[in-house]
Design a protein around this ligand. Structure first.
Ligand SMILES: [Zn+2]
Length: 228
């Protein structure tokens, strides 16, 4: 945190955005470890070179018909997720429900869980390259929740264009790191190509940049919501 604090990286938008992503990840990791210790569970087995690998979770064979996207969570029925502490089996989303301040994700085999305890799994975002394990044969290609939020922000507030480009580059960087940790070459290639694309837009004029971003987002979104 001492090195990654966003206050230390005012010199460039890309560095600050990367520092934001890293700080959030570090805070999330600290919370996860604290929750884990409080739950008194055994520590998970290590993954990585030299360690026994868990078999990859099989992806559901029955491809669901696309369902409406929940605006609060960016999830829709059929999405694959993992529930806190994110080391268990991949589960299938049946829907979401809002209850005042809280949003619940309804899982096919488990029932309702708070949305804050659910993370997308086995997917990659075609707009920014962000991805999540476990490594499966056919990861779901779908926009990540951050890209969905950025698409809405761009449509309403053109002033956010530069921030959105930096955020995409940072997410591509995170996606590349995740893909390498999963040792999944296809995920890594897509994340790398999204990073190249985001970098190529660094010097684009504001109008060109906005239309390039909007078209990438809407392309990813349309393909995802198109009927199978
Ligand atoms: Zn994304």
């Amino acid at each position: 945190m001492a090195q990654a604090h966003p206050d230390l990286h005012h010199d460039s938008d890309a560095r600050r955005e990367a520092a934001n992503v890293l700080s959030r990840a570090l805070n999330g990791a600290r919370d996860l470890v604290a929750d884990w210790m409080a739950s008194e569970r055994d520590w998970p087995r290590l993954a990585g070179p030299g360690c026994a690998q868990e078999p990859a979770a099989p992806r559901s064979e029955s491809e669901p018909v696309p369902a409406p996207v929940c605006r609060r969570t960016g999830l829709r029925a059929g999405d694959l997720v993992r529930v806190w502490p994110y080391d268990g089996d991949v589960e299938v989303v049946a829907g979401t429900e809002a209850d005042g301040e809280r949003t619940w994700v309804i899982l096919r085999d488990r029932g309702a869980v708070p949305s804050a305890r659910v993370m997308l799994a086995a997917y990659q975002c075609p707009a920014c390259g962000r991805c999540a394990g476990p490594a499966v044969e056919h990861p779901l290609l779908r926009p990540c929740p951050d890209c969905l939020a950025d698409l809405r922000a761009l449509e309403r507030r053109p002033g956010e264009t530069r921030r959105v480009r930096s955020a995409i580059e940072a997410r591509a960087e995170a996606g590349l790191a995740e893909a390498r940790a999963l040792r999944d070459e296809r995920l890594a290639q897509r994340a790398e190509s999204r990073r190249r694309w985001a970098r190529s837009l660094r010097r684009a004029g504001p109008d060109d940049l906005r239309s390039a971003l909007l078209s990438a987002f809407t392309h990813a979104f349309d393909r995802w919501t198109a009927p199978v």
